[in-house]
Design a protein around this ligand. Structure first.
Ligand SMILES: Cc1cc2nc3c(=O)[nH]c(=O)nc-3n(C[C@H](O)[C@H](O)[C@H](O)COP(=O)(O)O)c2cc1C
Length: 325
């Protein structure tokens, strides 16, 4: 197992769960952790939501001991508000790492809010924000970037982020303008790794354990981060951990394991979220858990009509009987 560190935080392996808004809540992170994930990231939360004590933001900030080490991501556009938000989080939530979002392309965040990927257009402000947060909190600060806004400036940004005192950097090598339309350009991860001496986490288009190994080999990054491919497929995390550690070939989950995971995920959601939120999230996750399976397209509309977890389980139990593996 390749252990590594972000600042003084020890991480058991090189597999990191990506921050994903609406997805990486405490139940999802718990599932990722149970698959052996080395480091889990939260969904992004707004600095202002934290400062103004927004109820939904407070709910999003909940975390458990089991999830450690955990990286809490925040986004914002001024050094002052990011300072206040990071101080609050450290005092009240005590994550292991604070991650600053400099990649979000969503209109509300980047265009209206001048935060997320918009900071890539304003290196001076980005630098000040990182300095301020680093000076404020007693834990390591990391930054997640895209490769640029419309033009690539990942190397310049990475150097500046390191100079500002960040302890690691995550690179998702697509510009804001590219959104998800082109393949992630892993050569940018390699270039950033050559440019800085802090750890670099590579991200983008890892769909199999072989991709994970390929990214590590091609870029020499310190760890790999998995986003979309973990949706409905947390087994990928375990497959990456075991393949990187021992070269173990991946095993497809059985249908019983799939059903068990859906139930476990539901229990966690219903335990930790208000009922309405839990069922709505679980409908989405169930659709992901069944995506690509035989005739799963036919059951999807029915999933989205369920109103209780019992109804959802009955539907899935009936469906998996028709699967012959
Ligand atoms: C639904 C969804 C939500 C996301 N939310 C965030 C977020 O809150 N913060 C962030 O830095 N990136 C966010 N991302 C981007 C991912 O962290 C990751 O950089 C991107 O999906 C590329 O990795 P992948 O190819 O493994 O999915 C999100 C992506 C998705 C699909």
């Amino acid at each position: 197992m390749m252990k590594w560190k972000i600042g003084n935080v020890e991480i058991d392996n090189q597999v990191v769960l990506a921050p994903m808004a609406g997805i990486c809540d405490s139940p999802f992170r718990t599932i990722a952790k149970s698959m052996g994930c080395g480091l889990v990231s939260t969904e992004m939360v707004s600095d202002r939501g934290i400062i103004y004590d927004n109820t939904r933001t407070q709910e999003m900030l909940q975390m458990t001991e089991y999830e450690r080490p955990i990286s809490q991501q925040i986004f914002g556009s001024t050094p002052e508000t990011m300072k206040k938000a990071s101080a609050y989080i450290c005092e009240h939530m005590k994550p292991d790492i604070i991650d600053i979002n400099m990649g979000c392309p969503v209109r509300k965040v980047a265009i209206k809010g001048h935060a997320g990927s918009a900071l890539l257009k304003d290196p001076d402000k980005a630098y000040k924000i990182v300095c301020e947060v680093v000076d404020t909190v007693p834990i390591p600060v990391t930054v997640k970037i895209r490769s640029g806004w419309d033009e690539i400036n990942a190397l310049e940004m990475a150097k500046l982020i390191e100079d500002a005192g960040a302890s690691a950097i995550t690179v998702h090598p697509r510009t804001k303008e590219q959104s998800y339309c082109v393949d992630a350009d892993w050569s940018i991860i390699r270039d950033v790794k050559n440019e800085v001496s802090i750890p670099v986490i590579g991200n983008g288009d890892i769909r199999t354990c072989y991709d994970a190994k390929k990214m590590l080999d091609e870029t020499s990054c310190d760890a790999i981060m998995i986003g979309r491919a973990a949706l409905g497929n947390p087994w990928l995390i375990k497959q990456c951990v075991e393949y990187l550690d021992k070269g173990t070939e991946p095993q497809k989950p059985t249908k019983e394991e799939r059903l068990g995971m859906i139930k476990k995920h539901s229990e966690l959601l219903f335990e930790r979220k208000p009922e309405k939120v839990a069922i709505s999230k679980m409908r989405l996750h169930t659709a992901y858990y069944l995506k690509g399976l035989y005739k799963s397209g036919e059951i999807k509309p029915k999933i989205f009509k369920t109103t209780t977890k019992e109804e959802l389980f009955d539907l899935v139990e009936d469906y998996i009987k028709i699967l012959n593996y």
